[in-house]
Design a protein around this ligand. Structure first.
Ligand code: ZN
Length: 81
């Protein structure tokens, strides 16, 4: 049974189409880590969760990126420089 909130995954071209930006902009953001996406294989096709794309177009980190930042901060707090 399909859950109502099942995550929709978009290709870079679909992100560009839905959020009215250039596909190259989407790819650059993915490569630079500004836009959170995943590749099944390195150098393979990107897929982006719809929520991550929405966060990116509104200039916010997505929930996964927020989690990463929190993790990095706690690691930095433990390590003494
Ligand atoms: Zn994300």
């Amino acid at each position: 049974m399909m859950h109502a909130t099942a995550t929709r995954r978009l290709t870079p071209a679909e992100v560009a189409g839905e959020f009215r930006c250039h596909p190259v902009t989407v790819r650059n953001a993915l490569a630079g880590g500004e836009l959170h996406g995943s590749q099944r294989v390195k150098g393979g096709r990107w897929t982006v969760e719809e929520a991550c794309a929405e966060a990116w177009v509104s200039g916010r980190p997505c929930e996964h990126q927020v989690a990463d930042v929190v993790e990095l901060k706690s690691v930095a707090a433990v390590r003494k420089t």
